[in-house]
Design a protein around this ligand. Structure first.
Ligand code: UDP
Length: 243
């Protein structure tokens, strides 16, 4: 897997990545570092769009557990993703990367609304489009959003930047002998209920033949390494020998 094998990718950043070493909120230094790595990727000629999560600020399920109405809590979660998108936009524009934030919940004085054809034009011009506010619908996640936008934008792969360097057969934090898979089929991920993305996101990628590359974005330089086919990751795709 080398950079030239992809023309366009979607990078999904979970909210927790943006916390850095903190327990809550946005760590500006982490945004700056990730922005630098995205810049390096863009400079190779790759077209990049992004979906950012909101779990570092608010998750609908957690809100519902505390007594909020679930749909309202989900809207709060979606608004959290807009904050993260603006933080990443800021970090990237500071270092000269052209970006646009498009929100699935229109907020005209803050960013553009999500318009697929407009996003397409931005990407053709080399701008990084950051998709905010998830799908705009409660009861969904930003993983599903990432799969949906990757399909809509005809991305060659969905890169999921997380805190672990791939998918394991057991929780590597609890089981020291846990084995990381280099590659897996979508069906295996779904059948074994491997916790990588929610099932709807995996199924959407499978049905549209979009490989999912799970990698640790907390390791400095790892995005470039994985794009060059060098870093540790797990790739989920069709017709693969689970290994
Ligand atoms: N959310 C939603 N619809 C969507 C995407 C997100 O309702 O299409 C809400 C949901 O409450 C979720 C929150 O936004 O908990 C933050 O997104 P997510 O949990 O996916 O963020 P991540 O785990 O990637 O940080």
């Amino acid at each position: 897997m080398t950079a030239p094998s992809f023309k366009r990718i979607l990078l999904k950043l979970s909210g927790e990545v943006l916390m850095g070493s903190g327990q809550f909120g946005i760590d500006p230094a982490t945004c700056d570092r990730v922005a630098t790595e995205v810049k390096e990727a863009v400079e190779t000629g790759l077209e990049v769009c992004m979906v950012v999560g909101g779990g570092n600020i608010f998750r609908g399920l957690a809100g519902a557990a505390q007594g909020f109405d679930r749909a309202s809590a989900d809207y709060m979660g979606m608004l959290a993703t807009v904050m993260n998108a603006l933080a990443m936009q800021n970090a990237m524009e500071k270092i000269g990367v052209q970006t646009r934030v498009q929100s699935a919940i229109p907020m005209a004085s803050v960013c553009e609304p999500y318009v697929r054809r407009r996003a397409e034009r931005h990407m053709e011009k080399g701008r990084v489009v950051i998709f905010a506010a998830g799908t705009g619908l409660p009861f969904f996640t930003t993983d599903t959003t990432a799969a949906l936008r990757a399909a809509e934008m005809n991305c060659d792969a969905l890169f999921k930047g997380t805190s672990v360097d791939g998918i394991y057969d057991a929780d590597p934090k609890k089981v020291p002998t846990a084995k990381r898979y280099d590659s897996l089929s979508y069906d295996r991920v779904l059948a074994d209920n491997l916790k990588v993305m929610d099932a709807s996101a995996v199924a959407l990628c499978r049905d549209n033949n979009i490989p999912i590359v799970v990698f640790n974005i907390r390791d400095e330089g790892n995005l470039s390494a994985v794009l060059r086919g060098e870093g540790a990751s797990t790739i989920v795709q069709n017709e693969t020998i689970d290994a």
